[in-house]
Design a protein around this ligand. Structure first.
Ligand code: ADP
Ligand code: MG
Length: 231
């Protein structure tokens, strides 16, 4: 089954401006990890925001886990899409400890299952001893693991990561790449990772696409096109 099916999606920020996403189609199978590459401004974050429901496209459709979340008649709210997100700056709540950060997204889970879910997630990201720490007491890499645990805790259908490594130094990045692939595959999670580093894609992803201009097709081609390459 396809977890994500995007068909002919077109989006621009205003009626007058050129579309940022233009006639874009794409699908993902369960458990796939796909990298999205592309220059700054090519629409990577916008695409994730369309998938998660933080922006609404002008046309096309999006299905998640078989359910239409967007088309000409349907707009499902972000919290009902079953999509988890990890942002560049992790966006952990600074006034909450690790446990409460992870619990935050679990309000729909029966109360008696929540504690076990937090434990399961901390185990998955190998952060069990840090349950009562606050974000400022963690390193960048540790914060990122907690952000990942928080996003995975509600068991989303799809995980979206927007430049998850850009705040990490090079050594840490290398170690985290391997762990991330292991964690995602262990959880059988379907995941999109936006990055501008091809090495991230090589280390973590099953395949990748590039958003942006086709630069060497035609000299006069100043249209934005979507180019899909399979690794
Ligand atoms: P990327 O994540 O690939 O760097 P973005 O998706 O953030 O690119 O942006 C794509 C394009 O849309 C850019 O040209 C950017 O300037 C424009 N853009 C992004 N956010 C807004 C906004 N809120 N209003 C108008 N234009 C925007
Ligand atoms: Mg971006």
């Amino acid at each position: 089954m396809n977890i994500l099916e995007i068909s002919r999606l077109t989006f621009s920020f205003s009626r007058k401006s050129e579309p940022v996403i233009k006639d874009f189609s794409f699908s993902m199978k369960k458990g796939e990890i796909v990298g999205i590459l592309g220059q700054s401004g090519s629409g990577k974050s916008t695409l994730l925001r369309l998938i998660s429901g933080l922006e609404m496209a002008q046309s096309g459709s999006i299905k998640i886990a078989g359910k239409t979340v967007f088309d000409q008649k349907v707009f499902i709210q972000p919290e009902d899409r079953g999509v988890g997100m990890v942002f560049q700056d992790y966006a952990l709540f600074p006034h909450m400890n690790v446990r409460d950060n992870i619990l935050f997204g679990l309000h729909r889970l029966p109360r008696k299952e929540r504690k076990g879910r937090v434990k399961e997630m901390l185990e998955l990201v190998k952060m069990e001893p840090f349950e009562l720490r606050f974000p400022h007491e963690l390193s960048g890499g540790q914060q990122q693991r907690i952000a990942l645990a928080r996003a995975l805790a509600p068991k989303p259908n799809l995980l979206l990561m927007d430049e998850p490594f850009s705040n990490l130094d090079a050594d840490l990045k290398e170690a985290i790449r391997e762990d991330l692939r292991y964690i995602l595959k262990t959880a059988n999670m379907t995941c999109i990772i936006v990055t501008h580093d091809r090495q991230d894609v090589d280390a973590i992803c099953d395949r990748s696409i590039i958003l942006g201009q086709k630069q060497n097709e035609s000299k006069n081609n100043d249209k934005i096109d979507m180019l899909t390459i399979i690794k």
